[in-house]
Ligand binder design. Structure first.
Ligand code: COA
Length: 314
């Protein structure tokens, strides 16, 4: 099938299809786990029952009528493309954003790619001596993100599908409260939605990372932890108490000077993480917590949130 036919049948820009084709080359894909094993694997990946049911319903059986040739092409080549970057840790979307309301095969195509890459990344983890419990805890971010996407009425997926290639390339590890991402110049911190951000939980998590990276990636030398987040916006301290977890988290960092946003709209990111919606009008958002009230009042006053980068020595 020609690439422009694939693009038009998928309803996505030709350049996105060309990108997958170019990056995947003729590299091998990876097979999905056996369908009979899938329910247990999804459970280990913390996929909730409603999401698991959809994933099983759309399973790419060889004779499934849901799986048209262009969908099969994309699954195969997107898997190969991500596999080709095993060990990489740059930002890499699985592929073009698909019209996901066309059924479970469309909706979860990149979830099947993720599942196909589980064995591949487990092999990479084994080569680096990463303990199996760290592997599975890390990979179980899939279930957490599918649940978030459901709460977001599927608005979150374009970002989530890009994020999830880090896990299956061995670029990111969840060690206690935080996730740690092998960056170019620093170990980057990410904060999953998994309960309060207490200083004790962070200290314990940072200590694990201090031991983990020299042990499992001895050739990589990073001397700082870094973070890029809406959570580092100093304006939050105008609204939140000094002893709140967010303000105490901020105090760990030395901030980089603020730069005009390039590609990240912090107002949108704040809505994503505080309300799990990108499109609800401000007047209809809940005002239950101090942070929710702060976000709404700040935006209503015509002010903006900032995406800030900061770091501190390991
Ligand atoms: C980071 C996070 C764990 C902090 O939560 P926390 O430990 O409760 O933070 P604080 O103690 O500083 O909370 C201060 C206030 O803000 C509220 N708050 C904090 N995070 C909130 C959130 N994501 N949504 C709504 N309210 C929130 C708290 O309930 C509290 O308000 P209250 O006193 O009225 O109850 C939480 O925001 C979260 O789970 N965020 C999603 C993940 C994320 O943003 N990651 C970073 C991506 S760049």
């Amino acid at each position: 099938m020609k690439l422009d036919d694939i693009a038009s049948r998928l309803g996505v820009p030709l350049e996105d299809v060309e990108r997958v084709h170019r990056l995947a080359g003729d590299l091998p894909s990876a097979p999905l786990p056996a369908k009979t094993d899938a329910p247990a694997i999804l459970d280990r990946l913390a996929v909730r029952p409603d999401d698991a049911a959809e994933i099983m319903e759309g399973w790419p059986d060889p004779d499934s009528p849901l799986w048209t040739p262009e969908l099969r092409w994309l699954l195969d080549r997107a898997t190969a493309m991500v596999r080709a970057d095993l060990g990489g840790y740059g930002w890499l979307p699985f592929g073009p954003s698909l019209p996901r309301d066309r059924g479970p095969a469309w909706r979860h195509l990149y979830v099947y790619a993720y599942l196909a890459l589980i064995d591949v990344v487990l092999g990479y983890h084994r080569d680096h001596g990463v303990p199996e419990d760290v592997s599975w805890t890390t990979l179980a971010d899939l279930g957490r993100n599918l649940a978030v996407d459901r709460r977001m009425e599927r608005e979150g997926w374009p970002v989530i599908q890009s994020w999830l290639t880090l896990h299956v390339r061995g670029g990111l590890y969840e060690l206690g409260r935080l996730q740690f991402h092998r960056g170019d110049t620093a170990v980057q911190l990410h904060i999953p939605e998994s309960g309060p951000l207490t200083p004790e939980a962070i200290d314990a998590s940072l200590d694990r990372a201090r031991a983990f990276f020299p042990r499992h990636f001895p050739d990589e030398h990073r001397t700082a932890f870094s973070c890029g987040s809406w959570l580092l916006d100093p304006q939050l301290s105008e609204y939140l108490p000094a002893d709140s977890n967010i303000v105490r988290f901020q105090r760990r960092f030395e901030l980089e000077p603020y730069e005009e946003p390039k590609g990240i709209d912090a107002d949108v990111e704040v809505l994503r993480f505080v309300f799990r919606t990108l499109t609800t009008p401000l007047d209809q958002l809940p005002r239950r917590t101090a942070l929710q009230r702060a976000v709404i009042d700040h935006l209503k006053a015509g002010r903006h949130w900032q995406w800030r980068d900061g770091r501190f020595p390991i």
